[in-house]
Ligand binder design. Structure first.
Ligand SMILES: Cc1cc2nc3c(=O)[nH]c(=O)nc-3n(C[C@H](O)[C@H](O)[C@H](O)COP(=O)(O)OP(=O)(O)OC[C@H]3O[C@@H](n4cnc5c(N)ncnc54)[C@H](O)[C@@H]3O)c2cc1C
Length: 491
């Protein structure tokens, strides 16, 4: 169902013809986010250009009881921006303004549509950066980061989004505008700001974000441990943490992913290795060399065949590009893959990684691993062929099994990608019904009637999320093609 004629006319008179869309190609494009296993076309998509327009849009939809879903860049991997009901998508990409840089308080205030990496690019010449650096940072928006409480490789030492956002402006589902926090810590009373960060676009639509700016480290040293087993690489992670060293980042890349990034980006990783572990230490120059040497020794003791060191900034950038673009590189060997996101206690990494490999074998699917090892935040990538229904089903089952292993080992359903639509029906494996009811009560305080982003985070009785893939392609549009994998690696 598209917009009614009356609603469309009202929205067009408010936003202009260009910013109200309900043609088949738009509806197809916005049917999913980065998690393509779950799709549903919206009623239409609107693109407000400022807060006042947003407030008016929200009031119109609210008064008609039409559900609405905020959306940033659509890189989310848990279906958070997928319309659950026949909903209107409110695309926030036009909120790109950099409102203010306050050097005294070391903050930057931006619109939610600003791309994550733009913030660091903006303040880099002055020796600062914005810490949370999701691997999707070239594309994802800061609004989406706030909604998901995003992390990244360098959040191991420095903390995730909630540790770097000081204030928010937000439009509630009835159109009221509220401000939370400011430019300085601490907040008096209950920390409502922290409650909103990570609420996955279900408490309000964020319109302004004040971020903390962090001085660049004096120096960074990047190591690459080369291992002949993932198990040993995981031991390397534990050894470093046990010694009391907190690197800025510790990232694991397994054999399948090494192969993919070498095909796509040629970072120079050894293709005969079973795993490489990127370890970066940073901070004041004084003492850093000792930390790097200790890490090198610990990696060798854990069984590394070789520990390399990035010789210069160029080599360091090459290593990081390979890590951050690894998901995209996997697309070259298997256009369809299901990214899982679970978190486990770091101490269980070796055992859980072995179990994940077993799950792959059980479902005859290749599972690639590239993840934030230092946080115990796993990202198994389950490769499947989208045009073979059993493989689609098996990918889903394998993902579910991997998550239940994470929970069994004392971990959780999501390390950073959120619960969204994907994992809502699994939340009762982690929480009692009383806990869930209490959390739903908190949501009701912000979002009574659940018109804002319905069906997310919490299980809906009798309404498990269905796997629908692929969605109907609108007439005249080419069906996505399965590109045969030439890799020699079974997909
Ligand atoms: C290749 C790749 C790598 C990734 N790596 C990481 C990683 O390292 N770390 C990590 O944490 N995540 C990672 N992600 C996941 C994703 O990029 C993040 O969750 C990101 O924060 C989503 O931002 P977005 O702008 O794309 O949001 P969207 O996908 O558009 O939306 C995500 C959620 O935010 C809500 N939302 C969006 N804008 C607003 C707003 N203004 N107000 C309120 N709610 C809003 C939506 O309703 C939805 O629930 C990765 C994804 C990909 C595809």
């Amino acid at each position: 169902m598209a917009f009614t004629k009356e609603l469309r006319t009202e929205l067009v008179s408010l936003l202009g013809e260009d910013w109200v869309k309900d043609d088949p190609v738009t509806l197809y494009t916005y049917r999913c986010d980065g998690l393509t296993l779950y799709t549903a076309p919206p009623m239409g998509v609107v693109f407000p250009g400022n807060r006042n327009e947003l407030v008016e849009v929200v009031k119109k939809l609210h008064s008609r009881k039409i559900p609405f879903v905020p959306r940033g860049a659509g890189t989310g991997l848990s279906g958070g921006a997928v319309p659950r009901e026949q909903s209107v998508i409110i695309e926030m990409a036009r909120f790109k303004e950099i409102h203010d840089i306050d050097w005294l308080n070391r903050t930057i205030t931006v619109g939610p549509g600003v791309i994550n990496l733009r913030i660091s690019e903006k303040v880099q010449p002055d020796g600062y950066h914005y810490v949370p650096d999701p691997s999707s940072q070239k594309a994802c928006t800061i609004g989406g980061n706030v909604a998901e409480n995003s992390g990244g490789p360098h959040t191991l030492k420095y903390g995730v989004t909630v540790n770097h956002v000081l204030g928010l402006e937000m439009v509630l589902p009835d159109g009221e505008v509220v401000e939370l926090g400011g430019k300085t810590f601490p907040i008096a009373g209950p920390d409502m700001l922290a409650l909103v960060i990570g609420s996955e676009g279900t408490f309000g639509i964020v319109t302004k974000i004040t971020c903390r700016l962090t001085p660049n480290p004096e120096k960074a040293i990047t190591l690459l441990g080369v291992f002949d087993s993932v198990h040993k690489a995981c031991e390397g992670v534990s050894a470093i943490v046990r010694r009391g060293i907190i690197p800025a980042a510790m990232e694991m890349i397994d054999k399948v992913t090494i192969y993919a990034v070498e095909q796509a980006l040629k970072p120079g990783f050894p293709t005969d290795a079973e795993a490489v572990l990127i370890v970066e230490v940073d901070g004041l120059e004084e003492g850093l060399e000792e930390e790097a040497r200790a890490s090198e020794e610990l990696l060798s003791e854990a069984g590394a065949k070789e520990v390399k060191r990035a010789r210069d900034d160029e080599e360091r950038a090459r290593i990081w590009r390979a890590r951050k673009e690894a998901f995209g590189a996997i697309g070259q060997i298997s256009p369809s893959y299901y990214v899982q996101d679970g978190v486990i206690p770091r101490s269980s990494l070796p055992e859980v990684l072995d179990k994940i490999a077993q799950v792959g074998r059980k479902f005859s699917l290749t599972v690639a691993n590239v993840f934030h090892a230092g946080d115990g935040n796993l990202h198994p990538l389950i490769l499947y062929r989208y045009d073979i229904p059993e493989e689609v089903e098996n990918a889903h089952l394998a993902g579910e099994e991997i998550l239940s292993i994470c929970v069994e080992y004392g971990g959780s359903l999501s390390g950073e990608h959120g619960i969204g639509l994907e994992k809502a029906s699994w939340m009762d494996s982690l929480y009692s019904s009383e806990d869930l009811e209490n959390m739903i009560r908190v949501r009701e305080f912000f979002n009574p009637g659940e018109l804002l982003n319905p069906g997310k985070i919490f299980p809906q009785p009798g309404r498990c999320a269905e796997v629908k893939h692929p969605a109907a392609v609108p007439e005249g549009m080419e069906k996505p093609r399965m590109v045969a994998a030439k890799s020699g690696i079974a997909v």
